[in-house]
Design a protein around this ligand. Structure first.
Ligand code: NAD
Length: 421
């Protein structure tokens, strides 16, 4: 491992890659080029705080590979952010974009900060300064940013405005996930969660499982988790029996009122004190009996210690990297009990609609929400079918099948372009 990426999440992404590389018999001489990021940028981001002091934050951007097109990926604001974690997320983006057939390499960015501890003014100054530091390295045909954990439409609007101010013209195509008022696309905010729900429906369909009246659990009640909860509850009639956020987990066997929980979070910032459910241990929540389990928060939450205890029928990986390699081995032994929808397929809705948004911004041509959702489901259907087919034909786990398709496509592009000089 290159020293700068030394991090458990990057190690996990490498271990996953090694398994696929062995399976595909990729020559050792090609592996390093596929695995290691093409470019990694580390920036110091000074921010004037409300009390008059200046605080220095560390920001990163990793562009994993440039063989298929510009790079694309979200920006994470979280205290856990390291350059290794960002590199792992960038690598997963590469396989995800290739699996969905998008003309992008993977990228990711982040700032090591707990955004909940910043005032609105401090968050805006941090966002703008981070974007300003990144200007020499990104561009609408070089690297396009989007939202991730801890960032949202407002942060994307500040990114876009900062880049546009520097260019002297409006450049909406520099970011995706921005508000519709400044060139965002209808349905982008909901796209990841909607995609998760579509794929859960498809998995249930393959398993001949009727979702109505069945139980779901959602870990992480942010952009992705809350939209997924809504779709499972209101589109499919499922009971959401437990939800969690960074501050705790909440359980109600009769079903949690999802809209009420969302309203509560809007008012209070988290679910502490929510009367529609009982507080419980976040770890135990994951092993409650349910039909659909949706990890929609951080990585490595399903590991060797709890994978054998999961009591779900469908594991829909909305988060990036929620399942460790150890857990994967256990889940493969339980393949006829648990249908895994791997992250690079399950949460691809976000980058697919980001791709639509980028195209629309480049052309100043806008599709309505129905067109966006319809196109999203068509792309997801193609990916889902390809993964299931390959998994069945080669008798390999869904993650293996999804990654094999992604890695092969990147490898083919590399091979066709050749090595310069
Ligand atoms: P978000 O910031 O809107 O929400 C994150 C949620 O997770 C919050 O409720 C937060 O309290 C909770 N959380 C954080 N740490 C937690 C922990 N340790 N345990 C339990 N809950 C915790 O973020 P998001 O955009 O919804 O992203 C969630 C996940 O989905 C991330 O893994 C992200 O990389 C992935 N993802 C997001 C998108 C997107 O379009 N936003 C696209 C693809 C993948």
């Amino acid at each position: 491992m290159q020293h700068i990426y030394s991090d458990h999440t990057f190690q996990m992404a490498c271990d996953q890659f090694d398994l696929i590389a062995d399976y595909l018999s990729i020559p050792v001489s090609l592996r390093g080029r596929l695995l290691y990021p093409k470019r990694s940028i580390s920036v110091a981001v000074p921010v004037r705080m409300d009390d008059g002091s200046t605080q220095l934050f560390h920001g990163y951007r990793v562009q994993h590979h440039l063989s298929i097109g510009p790079t694309k990926g979200g920006t994470r604001f979280a205290s856990s952010v390291t350059i290794g974690e960002v590199a792992a997320l960038a690598m997963w983006m590469s396989w995800k974009c290739a699996l969905a057939g998008l003309p992008y390499g993977g990228a990711k960015g982040g700032v090591t900060v707990d955004p909940r501890k910043l005032s609105a003014g401090e968050l805006e100054r941090l966002s703008r300064r981070y974007m300003q530091e990144m200007i020499p390295f990104i561009g609408p045909h070089t690297d396009i940013m989007g939202p991730d954990m801890g960032t949202n439409e407002q942060v994307m609007a500040w990114f876009m405005d900062t880049y546009s101010a520097y260019r002297g013209i409006s450049v909406p195509e520099i970011v995706t996930g921005k508000p519709v008022s400044v060139g965002g696309t209808a349905g982008r905010r909901e796209s990841t969660g909607r995609g998760v729900v579509y794929l859960v429906e498809r998995a249930a369909n393959v398993m001949k499982l009727k979702l109505s009246g069945r139980k779901a659990i959602i870990q992480g009640f942010g952009n992705v988790g809350a939209v997924a909860a809504q779709g499972l509850a209101y589109r499919n009639g499922m009971k959401i029996i437990a939800v969690s956020d960074i501050d705790g987990a909440y359980h109600n066997e009769r079903g949690i009122d999802v809209r009420e929980a969302e309203r509560y979070i809007l008012q209070h910032g988290n679910l502490k004190g929510f009367t529609g459910a009982e507080s419980m241990s976040p770890d135990e929540m994951l092993t409650l009996p349910c039909d659909v389990l949706v990890p929609a928060a951080v990585s490595e939450v399903i590991h060797g210690g709890n994978a054998g205890k999961l009591k779900c029928r469908i594991l829909a990986e909305a988060a990036n990297g929620p399942t460790t390699v150890d857990a994967d081995k256990i889940l493969f032994e339980r393949w006829n009990e648990i249908f895994v929808i791997p992250d690079i397929l399950c949460n691809a809705g976000g980058v697919i609609v980001s791709y639509f948004e980028w195209i629309q911004s480049l052309q100043s041509l806008f599709w309505n929400e129905t067109e966006v959702v319809d196109r999203l489901f068509r792309v997801l259907e193609t990916s889902f079918t390809a993964v299931i087919k390959r998994s069945r034909e080669e008798k390999i786990p869904h993650r293996f099948a999804a990654m094999a398709i992604g890695v092969e496509r990147v490898m083919k592009a590399r091979k066709d372009r050749g090595l310069f000089p």
